[in-house]
Every structure is written in C-alpha cells, then in structure tokens.
Write a protein that binds this ligand. Structure first.
Ligand code: AMP
Length: 125
C-alpha cells in the first residue's frame, strides 16, 4: 500500500525499528548519517537500501529539511555503499520512490541501489 509521504513521520515504520535495533537487518554499511542493508525481497541480483539516520519520510522531506551535513553525509554514503558492494565498476541504478504515485511503501526515506546484472529499461512500458 503506497504511503502518503506528506504525512508526519511515523516512528513505528519498519526502517525506524531497524535503526533502533528492534528488528534485524543484513547490514552492508553504517556511519554517522546512514545505514545500508540488503533488501528483504530483492528485485535484482544486487539490491541494497540506504537510509538516513534522521527521521525523514521521503526524498522530498529530506531534501527540504535535512541539514547540509546530513545531506552531504547521506549522498556520500550512497556512493560509498555502491563501491563497497562493487557496483561502481559495472554500473548501478538508484531509485527513491516518493509518495503515493511512486509506490513508496515504507515512510522513511530509502534509496534503492540496484545492480549485479543488466538492468534493462528504466521503466516498464
Ligand atoms: P519502496 O516500495 O520504495 O517503499 O521500497 C520498500 C522496500 O523495503 C521494498 O523493496 C521491501 O522489500 C523493503 N523492505 C521492507 N521491509 C524490509 C526489511 N525488514 N528489511 C529489508 N528490506 C525491507
């Protein structure tokens, strides 16, 4: 069920619970600003999620309200994660679903990193 990313942050969402250590994740990377882990239902040979540690519902929320340090830290973390998993040399795709029409399901900003195989067209026609 797609979320309304204009709603206030819900601290019971699954990624908030992962950040608090209440439920496990298959961690790839963590620093001051970001946590990265394998998607529980991968859609490509490589499918990793990168989330900011701050309470942001979506890319829209994050880009409007995060500090410069959070923005820079998160963007650097996404690139670092792609290098850690070896996606940088073969190419990868970033995706951040934002709001109802995108199909966003978890109301905590997450960037998908897809790779590990040829990824085909950007969107299904
Ligand atoms: P989106 O549709 O962009 O909101 O993507 C949400 C993603 O979160 C989906 O690809 C799910 O498979 C993934 N997901 C949901 N719960 C978990 C979890 N506990 N651990 C890892 N990935 C999850």
């Amino acid at each position: 069920m797609p979320v309304d990313s204009t709603l206030p942050y819900d601290d019971q969402n699954v990624f908030a619970r992962i950040l608090r250590g209440e439920i496990p994740c298959n961690k790839v990377y963590e620093d001051e600003h970001a946590l990265a882990f394998h998607d529980i239902a991968p859609l490509a040979a490589l499918h990793v999620l990168v989330i900011p540690k701050g309470a942001y519902v979506s890319w829209d929320d994050f880009s409007a309200k995060a500090s410069d340090a959070e923005l820079a830290g998160f963007v650097r973390a996404v690139g670092e994660v792609a290098r850690i998993v070896g996606a940088d040399t073969q190419g990868y795709r970033l995706l951040a679903n934002t709001g109802k029409r995108s199909g966003q399901e978890v109301p905590h900003l997450h960037v998908h990193i897809f790779g590990g195989q040829p990824l085909g067209p950007m969107l299904a026609k």
